[in-house]
Design a protein around this ligand. Structure first.
Ligand code: SAM
Length: 294
């Protein structure tokens, strides 16, 4: 790994996750999105002396190397390159028949966003990629250069909640071929009124980049699949904790927790405190929901 990377990922809602998820001191927990291992470490620490263990998975082999280094002193952690969509397969291989807690921390890790070379960021000029799993075929380059204008507009509108989606989609189509993140930023810039470019609180390309990333990684489809089988992996009383950063994800989680007869929601959602927001602005749209297996 030779990427430039100096910024560490700060785990979101860390104490709230551990307090809500870890209910059985000698339990088996799965962190379905290990990233750099912030949540995994806190869970492992809490159950280290009491015989509990954590299975951690991530689809990004580069980020897993960082997690391996960060977690090497925890004998109760096992890491695997796996998608949470295939978690039942992994648990079968490990002969683990049920678990006491499942954590999913959605969104993108700081390593993916700020590190060089993966095409997630509008602040660098890189080939358009945005894959979390480098073995997948679908890239941002394919989405941006081959999807029909209407489909692109729907993706940017729904996944990016971008009100100028149609104009942006048209500008993207007219600017093809688009090979780099900078070229994509310029195509977005050409679509937006001057006022939008300068008055937005966040960079004007944020929403479009988010939308394309969600499409490339099939983030909503994966979450929906996971929610359909996750309750069956839990022991009675087992906890399912999900941190989402997007209203569509949160709606899916809220709806499942409310309507799935296998689950009982624990309280309402938890949002970051003022202190956390000040320390970690990335946490601003995070919502943690927790449910219990009945
Ligand atoms: N909780 C982590 C920490 O404290 O360092 C950060 C997790 S980060 C927000 C989300 C991670 O989920 C990324 O590393 C990404 O590669 C991973 N991911 C995305 N889709 C996945 C999937 N289908 N299966 C497993 N991991 C996935």
């Amino acid at each position: 790994m030779n990427r430039i990377y100096s910024e560490r990922h700060i785990p979101v809602l860390l104490k709230e996750v551990v307090d809500n998820l870890v209910w059985k001191p000698d339990g088996v927990y799965v962190d379905c999105t290990v990233g750099e291992g912030g949540h995994t470490r806190a869970i492992a620490e809490r159950i280290l002396e009491t015989g509990g263990r954590v299975i951690g998975i991530d689809v990004d082999s580069e980020v897993l190397q960082i997690a391996e280094r960060n977690l090497e002193t925890y004998p109760n952690v096992q890491l695997f390159k796996f998608s949470y969509v295939d978690l039942p397969v992994l648990l079968n291989l490990l002969q683990v028949h049920s678990v006491d807690g499942l954590l999913v921390d959605l969104g993108v890790s700081t390593y993916q966003l700020k590190g060089e070379g993966r095409g997630f960021s509008f602040n660098q000029d890189e080939p358009l990629d945005m894959r979390m799993n480098l073995e997948n075929e679908l890239t941002a380059h394919h989405v941006v250069n081959t999807y029909p204008e209407d489909r692109l507009a729907d993706i940017i509108y729904n996944y990016g909640e971008e009100r100028f989606a149609r104009r942006i989609a048209r500008s993207i189509v007219n600017s093809r071929p688009i090979n780099t993140t900078r070229e994509l930023v310029e195509a977005i810039r050409r679509a937006l009124p001057y006022k939008e470019i300068h008055s937005r609180k966040r960079h004007f390309a944020t929403k479009t980049f988010q939308a394309i990333r969600i499409e490339v990684n099939k983030e909503l489809e994966n979450l929906a699949k996971f929610l359909s089988f996750a309750p069956d992996l839990l022991t009675p009383g087992g906890r399912l904790a999900i941190i989402s950063f997007h209203s569509l994800e949160d709606r899916l989680v809220k709806h499942t927790f409310k309507n799935d007869p296998r689950l009982e929601p624990i309280g309402d959602f938890v949002a970051p405190s003022m202190e956390e927001l000040a320390e970690n602005p990335r946490s601003r749209s995070a919502k943690l929901r927790v449910a219990k297996r009945v």
